[in-house]
Design a binder for this molecule. Structure first.
Ligand code: COA
Length: 291
């Protein structure tokens, strides 16, 4: 083969070809944002290895459909609970119902998030506050409500973050600030709760194909067409939800029982290539066609 031909990484393997089927038997997952996208597939991955789950979100119809589908797909029990993570009482009530149903919580995915592309000039105070309230305050509310049970089970947290705040990413001031807060919360929980046997890590996905986030947030050219960005990814393929699912299983498994307070970037290495999405500086000087 010519040394100038890029090689794509193989597709992600099924988790069952890598991890044993029953490693999460008897465990319970509480996942905010689990009704759709990446968090739904993270939930599916954990269910596949034996856990049951509560998926929590604002859109109750979508959550019920997702719970039925996940249950059918994996043969596990999945309950759909309605809560807006911005509302502490609603999150507490979802936790109460989870304990009522399953009696325990071992794993928590703080995944509920809001995002849209907007330059800071187009971000109202309420827009900025809304994303911080969902991502950062929502993570705090979820931590507070679940912690007593996660302490009891000596369980583990995964916070779904992003890579965009490791440098300045245009059109993402709100999400960058919000996710930086999420990463910081995870680190503090790791340090404060480690002596009680609780672990906390961050999973930061890159561009994952087939997700709502990708559909709405991926880079576009001047004509508004989506740009296939795989050439800028060192591993030469887009991420798949299974890549995130496999990392989730690893982080919740005993194989990771000495890992806490870390950020796991799952992006095929693209964070290092320094390519800004959405075209730069065009996306800043004239954002309209790209939003
Ligand atoms: N550009 C600029 N401002 C925007 C915006 C955009 N594309 N989308 C929403 N906002 C602003 C609204 O105008 C509003 O501010 P205002 O009161 O000053 O007008 C503020 O953000 C709150 O929006 P609203 O829709 O009222 O809040 P909400 O709580 O119902 O929903 C989101 C907020 C972020 C969840 C919503 O934008 C949304 O549904 N996003 C899609 C789902 C999503 O983000 N999924 C995650 C995929 S990664």
């Amino acid at each position: 083969m010519s040394p100038t031909t890029p090689i794509s990484a193989p597709p992600p393997p099924s988790s069952l070809s890598v991890f044993r089927e029953g490693i999460f038997d008897g465990k319970v997952l509480f996942c905010t944002g689990g009704g759709s996208g990446i968090c739904k597939e993270m939930t599916a991955a954990v269910l596949t290895h034996g856990a049951n789950a509560a998926i929590v979100g604002r859109n109750v119809e979508r959550n019920i459909k997702s719970a039925e589908e996940l249950s059918k797909r994996t043969g596990r029990t999945v309950i759909a609970l309605q809560a807006d993570v911005r509302e502490p009482k609603q999150v507490q009530e979802a936790v109460r119902k989870t304990i009522e149903k399953f009696g325990r919580i071992d794993f928590v995915i703080c995944g509920a998030a809001g995002n849209f592309l907007a330059p800071i000039g187009g971000l109202s105070e309420n827009a900025f506050k809304t994303v911080l309230s969902i991502d950062t305050l929502g993570t705090y509310n979820t931590l507070k409500a679940t912690l007593p049970y996660v302490r009891e089970s000596k369980g583990s947290y995964i916070h779904v973050s992003a890579t965009l705040h490791y440098r300045g990413t245009p059109l993402q001031a709100h999400v960058s600030a919000a996710k930086a807060g999420v990463d910081a919360l995870s680190n503090v929980i790791a340090v404060e709760e480690g002596p009680r046997g609780v672990r906390s890590n961050v999973l930061a996905p890159g561009a994952i194909k087939g997700t709502e986030g990708m559909e709405r947030l991926s880079a576009r050219d001047d004509q508004g067409r989506r740009i296939d960005s795989a050439q800028h990814i060192p591993l030469q393929r887009m991420g798949e939800t299974q890549d995130i699912g496999n990392t989730t299983i690893f982080l919740f498994s005993d194989a990771a029982n000495y890992i806490t307070g870390q950020v796991f970037v799952v992006d095929g290495g693209s964070m290092h290539t320094g390519v800004l999405g959405h075209g730069y500086p065009e996306s800043v000087l004239n954002p309209k066609p790209r939003l």
